[in-house]
Each structure stands twice: as structure tokens, then as C-alpha cells.
Design a protein around this ligand. Sequence first.
Ligand code: ADP
Ligand code: MG
Ligand code: ZN
Length: 504
Amino acid sequence: MAEKVMPFDEAITKFDPVIGLEVHVELGTKTKMFCGCSTEFGAAPNTHVCPVCLGLPGALPALNEIGVESAIRIGLALNCQIATWCRFARKNYFYPDMPKNFQTSQYDEPICFEGFLDVEVDTDEGRKTFRIDIERAHMEEDTGKNSHMGGATGRIHGADYSLVDYNRAGIPLIEIVTKPITGAGKYAPEVAKAYVAALRDILRNLGVSDVKMEQGSLRCDVNLSLRDTPESELGTRSETKNVNSLRSVERAVRYEITRQAARLTDGERVVQETRHWHEDTGVTTSGRSKSDAEDYRYFPEPDLLPIAPDPAWVEKLRSELPENPAIRRSRLAAEWGISDFDMQSLVNSDALDLVEASIAAGVDSAAARKWWTGELARLANEEEVELSELAITHQHLVDIEHLISTGALNDKLARQAIEGVLAGEGSIAEVVAKRGLAVVSDDGPLLAAIDEALAADPSIAEKIQSGKLQAAGAVVGAVMKATRGQADAARVRELLFERLGVSE
Ligand code: ADP
Ligand code: MG
Ligand code: ZN
């Protein structure tokens, strides 16, 4: 049964929300964290397994160096301190997707700690920066995957039997945990979403993960509590598991605020528990109670050496970090003289890198943006490929822009040339030659086509001569058609007005 909720606007006037976000990111290493098994997604079940990740007796783990390097790079990008010495710990619990009966994780000695990430959110007072403090980022391993078969819901209740696939067991994970996020007030849902989005951006930019939320390589748990005022002690939190899209992060925070507010107003307590997010209905339901604080019997992992990253190595990794994506965006927006809004639409259409590369290759910045977000976006959409997969190189755009600037091609012909390239007809020069694409700049054929258009509809000349200059559009259109798009439209207008003795 659906739980009682209070309208969001009312809830937010009565309570102050506090958020805590735990993000698990699956690293894109070729092999698992403690063995040489492949991490490739989508293989036949239980084909990427070995004695180590199956937890067979006597098997010994060996640490993946790239896993450690990725963890450090993530920590550095999140302004964290990097431990000079830390260890793995065993988190003991029994579950069928975890054949060792413990997860190799980190406990009180995380490799990265005390960082922060600034995120921007639109507020009533304009765009505002919220600083999210990061408590820790630690290394651990993923579990296998259970599939519950035969039931209607895919959950264990009502299933006939369950299957388990250990291909994912042992894939490196980094868990990034925020401190309690306070001060967001009514913007809490947007702040939570902006944080996960900014984090995803950074991780993608580092190249450490493919950060696909829908495939589970980035997973988010949303903790939320309410308190009476920003001065009150923290309230009891719920922890909503596996909220697997940015939009769901925002919705889950919003829903929990409305649910907890209703409970507290009715004089009931918020139960400390894990909850499940339901994408379809937009509600959370009670999962496992956490009130008796689980005891995982953590202890230092005896089969792995402590990790003491050489400070020189850490500094080298720091110096090689890519530019922070938010900073890069504002730098480029300033360079190109475009608004935040235009920059956001470049990002949303996955065109930013392409535009930057085209400009670097010599294309004018406005032209590069126009091509990648206009005609090329349309063609990619038509061919159902990613923009970056389109068989158009930056040199093609350099060539086409050169022909436009010398007046050899107009926009329409340029688009035909690009189409020719995509159809495999060769380089821009070859397509232009083969298709005979050229602006007709010789006045003779243009005048002939103008006369023909005027003769076909004498009312046009009258309209133009009586001052209705917009009637010229019909003639320009007709001349374009007659010359198969090869006329220079501006020249056609000029000639037309001359012919009729009208000045613009
Ligand atoms: P657990 O092991 O229970 O998941 P963690 O410490 O890993 O606990 O993560 C808990 C998350 O919830 C952290 O992001 C933490 O900052 C946040 N948190 C802790 N207390 C509260 C609270 N009262 N309200 C909201 N978030 C909280
Ligand atoms: Mg946790
Ligand atoms: Zn293995």
C-alpha cells in the first residue's frame, strides 16, 4: 500500500532536508581487482571466473595496479587527500552472489578522504554553487549477479528458482561517499542530481569508467533525513538503494522528503532502513531494517599487502589529470563567446569535443557549432549513429568552409557535398567535381531564370513594384529550383530588383 506523503512545498517549509550520497563506480580496467579474469560486459554467465573470484579454498588475490591508480586519480580529481598508507579489509556477510562470503573492501583506512566537489544549481536568485564535501573514496570489489526466475517481478519473492552469474564478482569498484549535505533546502533534489551528474562527468573525463547508469557501472544510493530546522541535530535517515538514473536521484530525494515529512507530522518516527526505488511508480518501499546496525566483523585483509603509494607517483598522477570538465566548459564558452545555455546544448548533444576539434583543425567557431549541432546532428540522427561515428572528419569541414568563404558553394550546395561524402563519393573536392556543385555566378543564366519566373506569374512583379519586397522570395525560390540550388541567392535578389527598377 502506498504510504502517506505531504506536498513537497509544504514539507520543505516544515523541515530541513539532509542528503547523503553513496556512489559506486565500476572501473573500466581490463581485468578484475584481484585476479586476471576479464571484466568484459555481456559474456556468457560464469565464463569470466577463476579460483580467486570464485573464492575457492587456498586461492590468493593479487592487486590490480590500474585499479589503485584509478582510485588515486578519482580522489585527486575530487580534491581528496591520498593516504600514504592504507589497507584492504574484509567485510563479512553471507549472500549467494558473493562466493567468498566476504567482500574485499576498505574500512577505516580508505585510500582517498576529505575531498569536495562544487556543483551549480539554478535557484530563484540565479545560478548558485553548492559545495559537496566528500568523506571518502575507497576501493572494493563488485559482487556477482542473482537472477530470480519464474516470478512476475524479478524479485526473489514469488520466484521459482534463482540463478547466479559470477562474471561481475571481483570487478573493481570505487565507492565515493559524501558527508551529510546540508544547506540545500528546497533545492535538495536538484543538488543531489547535480552532484551525481558532475561526478559522472569527472569520472568519464578521467576515462576510468564508462559510467553507464543504465548498465549499472555507476550506481547511487540516496540517504535522506529531515530535521526541524537547520540548527537541529541530524534526523534518522533512510537509504534508498540503486537509484539508477540522474532523474531518479532527483525524484527519490523528492519522494523521501514528502514521505518522511508526512510521518514526522503524524508523530511517527522515520525508521532507519534501506528502501527500494520503483522507477515506474516513483515511490520507495521498505527493504531491510538497519536499526540493529549490521556488524560486518571488518578486519584487515591478511592476504593483501598494505598499500603505500609513493608520493612521487601521486604527484605525477596529479600533474597529469585532465582539466576539470566544468572549468573546461566555462573556459571554452568564454573563448567562443557563447552563453551557458548554448554551451549546455553543445554538451547535451555530445558535440563539445567535436566542435573543439574542428576549431583546432581551423574551422571558424560559429561555423563549427552550426555544422555539428545542425546539419551533422540531423544526419547522425537519420543514420541512427552517434555524432562522433559520422564519417565526417574535421578536414571535411575545413574544406567545405573554404569553399563557402570563397563563394564557390552556398549553404545548400555545401550540404549536398557533405551528403556526397557520407554516401562514399570521396573527398569534398571529389564530390563537388562529380556532382558538378558550383554556385552559378554568371548573370546570364540567372537573368534568364528570373525572367522565366516573372513571366510565369506577372502578379509578382506588380507586388514588388508596389513595395511588397517579400514577394521576391518566390522568384528566388524559383531560380534556385531552376538552377538545382546552384544560384547565389543574394545575387539573384540584386538582379531581380535591378530588373524591376526597384531599390531595396
Ligand atoms: P552505510 O554503511 O550505512 O551505507 P555510509 O557511512 O557508507 O553508511 O554512508 C551513509 C551516507 O549517509 C553518507 O553519505 C553520510 O554522509 C550520509 N548520512 C549520514 N547520516 C545522515 C543523516 N542523518 N541524514 C542524511 N544523510 C546522512
Ligand atoms: Mg554504505
Ligand atoms: Zn577471477
